[in-house]
Design a binder for this molecule. Sequence first.
Ligand SMILES: *[C@@H]1O[C@H](CO)[C@@H](O)[C@H](O)[C@H]1NC(C)=O
Ligand SMILES: *[C@@H]1O[C@H](CO)[C@@H](O)[C@H](O)[C@H]1NC(C)=O
Ligand SMILES: [Cu+2]
Length: 166
Amino acid sequence: MASHKVFVVIAFAAIIFPALASAAKYIVGDETGWTNGFNYTTWASGKEFHVGDELVFNYPAGKHNVFKVNGTQFKNCEIPPLNEALTSGKDVIPLAKPGKKWYICGVAKHCAEGGQKLVINVLPGVGAPAPSPSWPAPPTSGSAKGTLASGLMAAALVAIAMVAVL
Ligand SMILES: *[C@@H]1O[C@H](CO)[C@@H](O)[C@H](O)[C@H]1NC(C)=O
Ligand SMILES: *[C@@H]1O[C@H](CO)[C@@H](O)[C@H](O)[C@H]1NC(C)=O
Ligand SMILES: [Cu+2]
């Protein structure tokens, strides 16, 4: 009997959990957006980026661009080939994997002299499996699809729990 109750609790927790794991959208530079002469190190400090979150780079198209680069390119402001740039002026970058991510502007000397460069550390998704417990993996993408899928999974768990109790 007691084990049935535990199962029901777990099933309901599975419903609530994805709501807590919803993705965040970070507007790089907030109202300032993506420009030169702004300290993106300060902007990023104190923020926690997780897999499933998104970065949004806002700027007047044509004035700046966004390159995803590696640590060496970041440090030296090495601009990759232009066809690798994001240029829409509202570039959305989903954070798909954990680890360090580097972004620079490739226009003029914006990176080298204007400090238009951003480095962040992406942590595993909120509620990613902790080292030990056998918790069903929550969505790592906070997308509507992922939430829906885990919602359906949770509903299935509840149905199973109900059957087990009755
Ligand atoms: C940006 O701010 C950080 C502290 O948040 C400081 O260490 C760094 O030197 C600043 N960068 C520039 C280019 O001013
Ligand atoms: C960074 O990217 C450049 C250009 O693709 C490449 O030549 C270099 O080896 C890379 N460096 C690291 C540390 O990955
Ligand atoms: Cu720029």
